[in-house]
Design a protein around this ligand. Structure first.
Ligand code: ADP
Ligand code: MG
Length: 691
């Protein structure tokens, strides 16, 4: 084990309780964390650049002669100093300067500047560079190594970071064992871990700055690779551990499910049938399964879950269906409850808002085994709930739950040593290349086909200035008994402001569309009230629902056929897709109007174009990944996706195949190195995932 690096940061000189606390905010607790805290970027002060070769957008060190200097009175007063060498000239521009500074910049003095080059009105310029005067050109001083710039938090300066990393590097020299055999590192120049860390913290002059700091240098790729490999191994180990436990095998239902199918009123799509078969192959085994059922909103996951629930019941087991909100849970109760009632089964309802009496009665029926199915929210795994024989746990929209919550529910089933099977449903489309790595410990089924007869939502992109036309469309639609959503996303990073924006939009619409019933929904409204508003919208007592992005989660109102999103340019693709998925759920043609505030940036332009071109969630997820990386795509830490220190799934996705392949090979050829790799990279309990 890497003992020196596991010591607390407090072993480093100069780190007292206060600094330790600040570092803790960045997630840095031990020496290894300091080592893996890599520079964001680098400054090259190892050589002087010729002024004639400078490119805008780069940082450079230059030496030149002052040609002229003087104060300019434009929109803002500034001191402009023209500096030249044999190859060209550049302007140094200062908005803040003292008399003596301006006097000091006299003609023909030699000066050395470091700063970012930009293109200004009169050619290249540097705004407020660091500078000092030289006696002559020869006196220019350059540094021996590139200067690292670390990501940091308030009160921890760059000099401190250099000191901390210096200490950590020398403390660990020779004490970080190399866990990867050379054969795994062929693609990364066979760089050892310590050499890679050394190079990244203290890059020698001449290193390729076009790749370093961008994640494409072999040293960075090597670290990212080792980290992703460690996570992969950890997930596989989880899977193995699960495989060593026992579960009650659940054969596919031969009686209840066929009876339900006859009464459904529709035929399953090929994709739904395939997913049921895949789930069946898990449930039939005597080890607890964990399967992720993925499929875009509206693809029909609920009926697939129903097939699994019925199989469990027929096998003499109990099954629970858990949703993250009351509203979603109620939706399941009403849909599944209807279906199951036709088979003489009555699910028990458990929610946080039930009265004590009802709750006790529900618990009693579950504990005695009289009830075979439970539907509800988090209330399903509270301490006082016991199951007689829990065989299957179905979780909807799993990313909304903490992993701990789901495990609490699973652990309910550990009567007589059996662990229940788990089926997790998610409407968040994730590109296949990512699922392989993120959910290596789960089996995955994808419903990649929509039920027949769905009309794809027509998407129109238009500027905010066309708001009156949009209101006219709402008026027409509502006159034809349709319902509309009007979404006001975050204006700033603040719920309060979003709520304000939605509130004032609702007021404006009320006065401009007086004949319509308009309701308002935002994050500051208490849950009970929220549900009331949603129910009114669902039942048709409300025509237009003005909301912040809170309506994103799977609410089903088939009569809603118009979705208006203001300031759509501010939202990411996945979020736009989720919002648009609120309409197009019935058999009518639905329309999504994406309004934007001009001018549009390139990224925003591309996002809106993508939305107009496709309604395929997987295609959109792929595009999202390309445009901005997986962070947003995967949601929060709670999604159960691994949290990486160095790797970035979007940037490093070219490594994913190698990670899989290497994990196979390593477990086969060098299984002993798996545990230390996991211990080095994967923080217990934090990194993931799905036990
Ligand atoms: P989601 O995957 O978003 O949870 P649902 O399970 O709520 O989707 O299904 C959306 C709607 O499609 C429901 O009204 C459901 O009854 C209907 N549905 C599901 N499967 C089919 C099918 N094969 N043919 C027609 N309609 C279907
Ligand atoms: Mg659903």
């Amino acid at each position: 084990m890497d003992t020196a690096v596991q010591e607390s940061v407090r072993v480093l000189k100069g780190v007292g309780p206060q600094l330790a606390e600040k570092l803790g905010r960045l997630g840095i607790e031990d020496v290894a964390d300091v080592l893996f805290h890599l520079p964001l970027r680098y400054q090259d002060r190892t050589r002087c650049s010729a002024i004639g070769e400078l490119r805008p957008g780069t940082e450079a060190l230059i030496v030149g002669r002052v040609e002229a200097s003087g104060v300019r009175y434009g929109r803002r007063r500034s001191l402009m100093t023209v500096i030249s060498d044999d190859t060209g000239r550049i302007t140094m521009r200062q908005f803040h300067f003292s008399q003596s500074q301006s006097r000091g910049l006299s003609r023909d003095r030699f000066i050395q500047c470091y700063g970012e080059v930009r293109s200004g009105p009169a050619g290249l310029e540097m705004v407020h560079p660091e500078y000092r005067f030289l006696e002559d050109r020869e006196e220019a001083s350059v540094e021996a190594a590139l200067t690292p710039v670390y990501p940091t938090t308030e009160g921890v300066g760059q000099r401190r970071w250099r000191d901390l990393t210096d200490q950590a590097l020398s403390l660990c020299k020779g004490s970080i064992p190399e866990l990867l055999k050379d054969e795994y590192l062929a693609d990364f120049g066979e760089l050892s871990l310590s050499d890679a860390l050394m190079l990244l913290h203290r890059p020698p002059p001449g290193v390729d700055l076009d790749t370093l700091g961008r994640g494409t240098h072999p040293a960075e790729r090597r670290l990212a690779f080792e980290e992703m490999l460690a996570h992969q191994l950890a997930m596989r180990e989880r899977r193995q551990r699960r495989d060593s436990k026992s579960a009650v095998p659940i054969p596919l239902s031969r009686e209840l499910w066929p009876r339900l199918q006859e009464q459904l009123g529709f035929t399953l799509t090929g994709a739904q049938q395939r997913c049921i078969d895949e789930i069946g192959s898990n449930l039939g085994r005597a080890t607890p399964s964990l399967r992720l059922l993925q499929g875009d909103v509206g693809c029909g996951k609920t009926v697939v879950a129903a097939a699994a629930v019925l199989a469990a019941v027929e096998a003499g087991q109990q099954a629970v269906v858990m949703a993250p909100t009351e509203l979603l849970a109620e939706q399941h109760l009403s849909v599944l409850g209807n279906w199951f009632a036709q088979l003489g089964l009555e699910p028990v309802w458990l929610s946080g808002r039930m009265g004590q009496r009802d709750r006790q009665a529900a618990c009693a029926r579950l504990a005695s085994g009289e009830a075979r199915i439970a539907i509800g929210t988090h209330a399903l795994f509270q301490d006082d709930v016991a199951y007689q024989q829990l065989g299957l746990v179905v979780v909807d929209e799993q990313h909304r739950f903490g992993v701990a919550q789901r495990l609490a529910l699973r652990n309910k089933g550990q009567t007589d040593g059996h662990v229940p099977h788990q089926l997790i449903m998610s409407a968040t489309p994730i590109p296949r290349s990512l699922t392989m790595v993120m959910y290596a410990d789960m089996d995955i089924s994808i419903i990649d086909e929509m039920p027949p007869g769905r009309q794809p939502v027509e998407t129109v992109v238009l500027p905010n200035t066309r708001r009156e036309d949009v209101q006219e469309r709402i008026r027409e639609a509502c006159a034809r008994q349709r319902r509309a959503y009007w979404v006001c996303p975050l204006i700033e990073e603040s719920d309060v402001l979003a709520a304000q924006a939605a509130t004032s939009r609702a007021e404006a619409l009320k006065s401009e569309l007086p004949e319509l019933r308009i309701a308002l929904l935002h994050g500051k409204i208490v849950p009970a009230e929220k549900d009331k508003i949603m129910s009114a919208f669902r039942s048709g007592e409300v025509d237009v629902l003005v909301a912040t992005t809170v309506i994103e989660v799977g609410v089903d109102v088939p009569e809603a056929s118009l979705m208006v999103i203001e300031n759509a340019e501010r939202l990411g693709l996945s979020q736009l897709h989720q919002l648009r998925g609120r309409v197009g759920r019935g058999d009518r043609q639905s329309v999504c109007l994406l309004m934007y505030q001009a001018p549009l940036g390139n990224m925003a332009k591309e996002r809106l174009a993508t939305m107009r071109q496709t309604t395929d969630g997987f295609a959109i997820a792929q595009k999202d990944l390309e445009l901005r990386g997986p962070g947003e795509l995967l949601g929060t830490r709670q999604s159960g996706a691994p949290q990486f220190r160095i790797a970035d799934l979007a940037r490093d996705r070219a490594l994913l195949t190698a990670v899989q392949y290497t994990a196979d090979k390593l477990l086969r050829d060098h299984p002993d190195s798996a545990a230390p790799l996991v211990a080095r990279w994967v923080r217990a309990g934090l990194a993931f995932s799905h036990a």
